[in-house]
Design a protein around this ligand. Sequence first.
Ligand code: ADP
Length: 499
Amino acid sequence: MKYIVSLDQGTTSSRAIVFDQGGSIVSVAQKEFEQIFPKPGWVEHNANEIWSSQAGVIAEALAGANLHAKDIDCVGITNQRETTVVWDRKTGEPICNAIVWQDRRTASHCEKLKAAGLEDTFLKKTGLVLDAYFSGTKITWILDNIPDARQRAQRGELAFGTIDAWLVYKLTAGKLHITDHSNASRTLLFNIHTNDWDDELLKALNVPRSILPDVRPSSQVYADIADGSALNGVPIGSLIGDQQAATMGQVCTEPGLAKNTYGTGCFLLMNTGTQAIQSKNKLLTTIAWNRDDQTTYALEGSVFVGGAAVQWLRDGLKIIPSAPDIENLAATVPDTGGVYFVPALTGLGAPDWDPYARGAILGITRGTTAAHIARAALEGIAFQVADLVSAMESDSGSKLKELRVDGGAAANNLLLQLQADILQTPVVRPTVLETTALGAAYLAGLATGYYKSIDDVRTHWQADRTFEPNMPANQAQALRARWRQAVERAKGWEPKDPN
Ligand code: ADP
């Protein structure tokens, strides 16, 4: 019996998970690394530390299960998306810290591109909105701000990559400079319809083609690991961005199937098959994966504050000692007593996209208690996700049959019941909640033949619990209408920066 090792390189930690063929976890190792905040709004990682933490957990996960390279069929890689690394091709040394997806330093560059009328060009070609979140303007910033970077790039001495590309480069001892379609689709440089880097976009962002990685399928045997580590000689079989990996891990492999991850924020992705649907509701169009010469697309919406609202009740308001305690507190009341909590603590993501919105708790009366606010916080998470689902249903023209869920806050049964009620759609939680790592493992196993087909993979996905809606439809509708009124009150609260 052989195993698959998934490398799950996240924003705050690097993890390695060993799966058996049934998709069960055999061993896990995890290491956090430093978050660097040089200035307000800037977020950086040391790419060398990302690599060393990742290499460390690989060895630890193998040792934890007493396994060796010969026991491992292949390795799958999934990663925090958009985070940008530029390194020297000869020495393999990054020329500066990685700029993390959360970093806002290029917001004004995005504003300039919008003022130049380029928003529509980027949207049509990449499926993305012009935002500092994506890699494109981060690359430009590095080339324009790190001494000699642009000249060195012009001479072909530098390589750009998202974290997947960086890990493959290190794992293959510098042999490969590649990325996959799902990661490329988050750069603002990749045309998701032609599946190639786009010269017009490269010109608009002043990025030379010579620094870009080769774009490969998300599931393919790219090369064997050659870094002399515990996994030396094991083939790498997948590269895929974390949210897309979770979509695969939830086996949302048919058009119309969707998953939501309830973490710090919430990420909803709906498989739209071979069709790249351009959203009319401010969702992103993205590549889910590319395999067997076929590109599968998805619609994506993200909520900035999901589980983080629960953290705020714990750390800011201090009305719960730990995040899971919110469930018992909220269950002590039958409803919120008319209280609405809009968790726009860092502005609103899709579909409202309002950076000036701020958190709001409305409808407070003298009878309001901590329990009502706790329940309103859970409802606030569920309402935001419901808004994304409605936007997706409207864009795709089909009603969601069920919502598959994962992430830390998906452990909360009350949250999932409220979600089912508000959506009027069943919510399904699988037995294995490590869907991100699992998705990378599936794609890697499909590349080597460890798994024969998607049908083979599908047999391993198992529901732990299904939450059926049991609120009358008209009541759900009334609550949602009132929620939208609350959102309107929270929008535009913060004055716009005059600069
Ligand atoms: P991330 O990967 O974004 O760091 P996780 O998937 O680990 O997040 O989920 C952690 C988040 O979920 C935290 O914001 C935490 O407040 C929230 N959370 C964890 N457990 C619960 C729970 N039982 N009920 C509600 N929220 C929870």
